[in-house]
Design a protein around this ligand. Structure first.
Ligand code: GLN
Length: 506
């Protein structure tokens, strides 16, 4: 992994040219990407041309704050003229017609956008295996998953194919792959970063943030990404802070809440003891540790998978194959319906005309059948599972029992955090209960897959910010992370805590 700040220093002093940085990354991608499959669309010539333009700005003294930064973009974000498939057959041939606000901001800051990264279909998953582009492999050990859904972004950064990458996090999709690949990932508070141009999964959870090689690099990216956007009414009007300022200040107080509920059953003992020993090192350096309790955490996975699927079922209704996206062959639809009418006719031979007509009326109309067939062909298994689950929990008979109840639980989880944040600056937990799992190991076991999110979904339920920072290498050779959560709009606290852990690693 490279240190973006150092690269920028060399570019400023003229020691290094943006065009050289671009070449270096182009050859790295060619060398490493075929095995890792992190970057799925990449236009070498365009990258070269862009790098030339940025270097000219550097020479003229007009370059933006991210000049020299090579950034990969998760395929869930619109980038004008680039393919946006969201790893789904539904959007196999879709091309973005505008820039997402965060993409525009990165361009305006003179970041070099190097390519589009692989993800789980519509950001639903924890392994980047649910993808029409095939699975992304963990650069640390290619038999293992990179995590998900922003697995391509985390793997690109971990393999040095980009300095940083854009991810989205609905229940952990920035932090979990960052943990599995050994890089930094920040999920900002809900509404801190514009979602305009991000394909919606669960709109009251979706957050946009950076994945990078260090806390400082992530903070630098966040400076550009954060802020109000008139095109996203939910984005906050709060002024943006300088997230890089004060990161090295080790004198400032830091009170860390340690919730017992996050260190219990299911946690790998090695990860537990490593985090505990790092916490005591932080304590020796002056941080205060405070045992705290977040009693409703045990319901967060259940609440998340009810509420997120409910929102997803509504958001994904737009893929009807009529306005855009995959459309089934209409001739096939007509053929199917024709055959069904024929079958009805045969079955009701000798019955009255009215009876036959009544049976015909039970069949789908051509339009309804077109929707059904298009969506059946468009979506993968996991996406279908979530649409079914989401429509079920929203249906009249079950709304109160599931959706309504989960909303109440969400409120209780938020209140737990409010209470604890009146006493502490940050809350520490592991990011994931284990290190990365093997490719294929959990694809047929959705519950095991969902349990990956046991420490990350609560931050999305509460709308607060959180970070993954690499915390060590397990005896099995794979990285794992430490997770700090901060109160809404307290990004500086989690960055500060993360930087201290980074300094412990030496
Ligand atoms: N793994 C979680 C899920 O499958 C989180 C995904 C995300 O944050 N986009 O829903």
């Amino acid at each position: 992994m490279k240190n973006l700040l150092a690269v920028q220093g060399q570019i400023k002093s003229g020691e290094l040219r943006v065009t050289d940085v671009a070449e270096e990354h182009i050859s790295l991608i060619k060398e490493k990407n075929p095995a890792i499959n992190a970057i799925i669309h990449f236009d070498e010539e365009k990258v070269r041309a862009e790098a030339g333009i940025i270097q000219n700005k550097v020479d003229a003294g007009t370059a933006g704050p991210l000049a020299g930064a090579v950034v990969a973009i998760k395929e869930a974000f619109s980038e004008k003229g680039k393919k946006l498939t969201c790893s789904s057959n539904a959007l196999r041939n879709f091309e973005s017609i505008y820039d997402a606000t965060v993409v525009r901001k990165l361009k305006e800051a003179d970041a070099l956008l190097i390519g589009r990264t692989n993800m789980d279909e519509f950001a639903m998953g924890s392994s980047t295996e649910n993808s029409i582009h095939g699975a992304t492999r963990n650069p640390v050990n290619q038999e293992y998953v990179a995590g998900g859904s922003s697995g391509g972004s985390a793997a690109a950064v971990a393999a040095g194919m980009s300095h940083a990458a854009l991810g989205s996090d609905t229940g952990g999709s920035i932090r979990q792959p960052a943990s599995y690949c050994g890089v930094v990932g920040v999920k900002p508070s809900y509404s801190r970063v514009s979602r305009y141009g991000l394909v919606a999964y669960a709109s009251s959870f979706d957050s946009v943030g950076p994945i990078a090689g260090s806390v400082t690099d992530a903070a630098l990216l966040l400076n550009t990404l954060a802020g109000h956007d008139p095109l996203d009414n939910s984005s906050s009007q709060r002024p943006v802070e300088d997230y890089t300022a004060g990161l090295e200040d080790r004198e400032a107080n830091l009170t860390i809440g340690v919730p017992e509920e996050y260190f219990g059953e299911g946690l790998d003992p090695e990860i537990r003891s490593s985090i505990e020993s790092q916490l005591s090192q932080l304590e020796q350096e002056g941080a205060k540790l405070l045992p705290v309790s977040l009693p409703h955490t045990k319901y967060s996975i259940a609440a998340y998978y009810i509420l997120a699927t409910a929102e997803a079922s509504s958001n994904l209704a737009r893929y009807d194959g009529v306005r855009y996206g995959h459309r089934a062959d209409f001739k096939e639809v007509e053929k199917e319906l024709g055959a069904e009418r024929e079958r009805v006719k045969q079955a009701l031979k000798g019955k009255s005309h009215a009876e036959v007509e009544a049976a015909f009326a039970e069949l789908d109309s051509p339009l309804i059948r077109l929707y059904k067939k298009s969506r059946t062909e468009a979506f993968g298994k996991e996406v279908k599972r979530r649409i079914l689950l989401g429509t079920y929990v929203l249906s009249a008979g079950y709304y109160d029992a599931y959706f309504g109840k989960a909303q109440k639980v969400r409120r209780l989880i938020q209140q737990d955090f409010e209470k604890v944040f009146s006493q502490v600056d940050v809350i520490v937990t592991p990011t994931t209960p284990t290190t990365a799992f093997k490719i294929g190991e959990k694809v047929n076991d959705p519950v095991q897959m969902y349990l990956n999110d046991m420490y990350t979904t609560s931050a999305n339920l509460a709308g607060i910010c959180a970070i993954n920072v690499p915390a060590g290498i397990h005896p099995n050779g794979l990285p794992y992370g430490i997770h700090f959560m901060g109160n809404a709009f307290h990004e500086k606290d989690i960055l500060r805590a993360g930087r201290r852990v980074e300094l412990l690693q030496g």
